[in-house]
Ligand binder design. Structure first.
Ligand SMILES: [Zn+2]
Length: 267
């Protein structure tokens, strides 16, 4: 079964010179569908255009990343609502908490998150969550995000309410997320030499609770560190997950694609 790339930033300037060629390579590499993450107000229109150019292959998450904490206005929130009502929209996102870049206080970031979450209920869509811990242990983005999500009343028709994209937390964070109906997004960081804890977390979570992603153009797998990432690396990530779990590549493809389509709906 073809893989689903659940988190790409193909509208990043890094792809301006060869976007169409990259996508041709991606769809020939065994990746059948891509979720493009349009998480800045200036990217929403571009996301819609990209999806329109690849019907049935590319869909979008629309949202305001925590780095827009200080700039998202009520008018922009209304604009976001309009984008989430479009046929190419499959999720809110990426939204969440980032303590690494200190883009705003905890209260400011959670206020932006909580202003957007009702859009999931309004449009029956899941959310793609971003959580990045700070440089000191007390700046724990996972604890604060998951605490906020305990108050999030949205209950989807399917099994999953959202995904903790680019999961980088502890097993305790993962377990708390799974208990809230979230999946773990697994990307190139799974292949990094020092990431034994993440590989163990993925093993404990099991194939039924993960989706695959690249987060391109960032975070290429170990074999391409320092280079531009793109979704054609997804089969390599999937194969390394399969090897780690001791299952066949097709088992990983079948289960993660099924998880992704249950999360985002068929597109
Ligand atoms: Zn992202």
């Amino acid at each position: 079964m073809d893989l689903v790339e659940t988190h790409s930033h193909l509208n990043d300037d890094a792809f301006n010179a060869d976007r169409a060629a990259v996508l041709e390579k991606v769809f020939q590499a065994g990746v059948g569908k891509v979720v493009e993450i349009a998480c800045a107000p200036g990217e929403w229109a571009q996301g819609e255009q990209l999806a329109a150019a690849y019907p049935g292959k590319i869909a979008c998450a629309f949202g305001a990343h925590p780095e827009y904490t200080k700039t998202l206005s009520p008018a922009l929130l209304l604009e976001l609502e309009a984008y989430l009502g479009k046929p190419c929209a499959v999720a809110l996102g990426e939204v969440g908490v980032d303590y690494w870049w200190e883009v705003g206080t905890k209260q400011e970031q959670l206020a932006l998150l909580e202003a957007q979450l009702p859009l999931c209920s309004k449009f029956s869509k899941p959310a793609v969550f971003h959580a990045r811990n700070g440089k000191t242990p007390e700046k724990n983005a996972y604890v604060d995000l998951l605490e906020a999500l305990k108050r999030w009343a949205y209950r989807p028709a399917g099994k999953f309410r959202g995904v903790l994209h680019c999961f980088s937390g502890t097993w305790a964070d993962a377990k708390a997320g799974l208990d809230l109906g979230l999946l773990l997004g697994v990307n190139g960081t799974f292949t990094y030499k020092k990431n034994d804890d993440l590989r163990e977390t993925v093993r404990r979570a099991g194939l039924g609770n993960i989706v695959l992603e690249t987060d391109c153009p960032y975070l290429p797998p170990q074999s391409a560190r320092g280079k531009r990432n793109d979704p054609s690396f997804l089969p390599e990530i999937a194969a390394l997950v399969a090897a780690h779990l001791g299952v066949g590549n097709s088992a990983v493809a079948d289960q993660t694609t099924s998880n992704a389509l249950e999360l985002f709906g068929k597109f």
